[in-house]
Design a protein around this ligand. Sequence first.
Ligand code: ATP
Length: 279
Amino acid sequence: MTTAVPAAEQAAQAREGAALVLDRIAKTYRGAGGGVAALGPVDLEVWRGEFVSIVGPSGCGKSTLFSIVGGLAEEYDGRVLIDGRAVRGPQREIGMVFQEESTFPWLSALENVAFPLRVAGVARAERETRARRMLRLVGLEGFEGARPAKLSGGMRQRTALARTLIAQPRILLMDEPFAALDEQTRLLLGDRLLDVWRELEQTTLLITHSIAEAVQLSDRVVVMTFRPGRVKRIVKIDLPRPRTSAILGSERFGHFVSLIWSELRDEALRGLDAREERC
Ligand SMILES: Nc1ncnc2c1ncn2[C@@H]1O[C@H](COP(=O)(O)OP(=O)(O)OP(=O)(O)O)[C@@H](O)[C@H]1O
């Protein structure tokens, strides 16, 4: 005799099988003037090998969410689960790429990328081989010996990406990694990121302001509300893969961008009003 498993239980089991689960994540900043409910509660699953982007207006708690998932925030409600295991604090399984420049200026590109392996005590020959491979993957072959000052902003961010990926994180977490770069460079770096994602089948969670970037790259786009940031809608992007930035000209791409903007517009207006009230 077979026993039917209730649908809710099946859903819960499937959820536990996700690479990353955000379970009722919420954050209130407390200060002398009272509390600011910044985020949540947020529920989200990211499946193995999936590329998910989070877009939201300024002030919806994107950076707060990034710091919670990355284990940098100390006080928050809810749970972060990696492969079904509840975690708190920094985890080896999560590799982070930040908005800010994070290369070491005194090291070459190769030494920058090999750095995590050096810390882990990996022998020099092996770490150099692996660092060369990573630099090739992000399109920086030939720049192994260059110091960051000799590289463009986009090249430095690719070096930072390679350095994160060399540690083979189960989940790649990125906070506006291309924010400081011009639009054209961003689009081309998006293409490069997609190549890397495909090659490594890397589970990825990207936080971005850019709707076009989110649509170009993602399997699903999570649209957040203004403060406290909650999931307003999840849009499945069923554009064909492999994708490149050439897809920006397609009608379907335009459809997704306008769909997401129609969800986001009211939230962005609320954010704008809140900022003007403060001024
Ligand atoms: N240390 C803090 N104390 C009090 N409030 C804070 C603190 N940090 C953030 N906030 C508030 O929490 C909300 C979410 O902030 P957060 O920086 O996470 O948003 P964001 O979406 O990343 O914004 P942006 O896109 O502008 O960087 C904001 O309204 C902000 O004013």
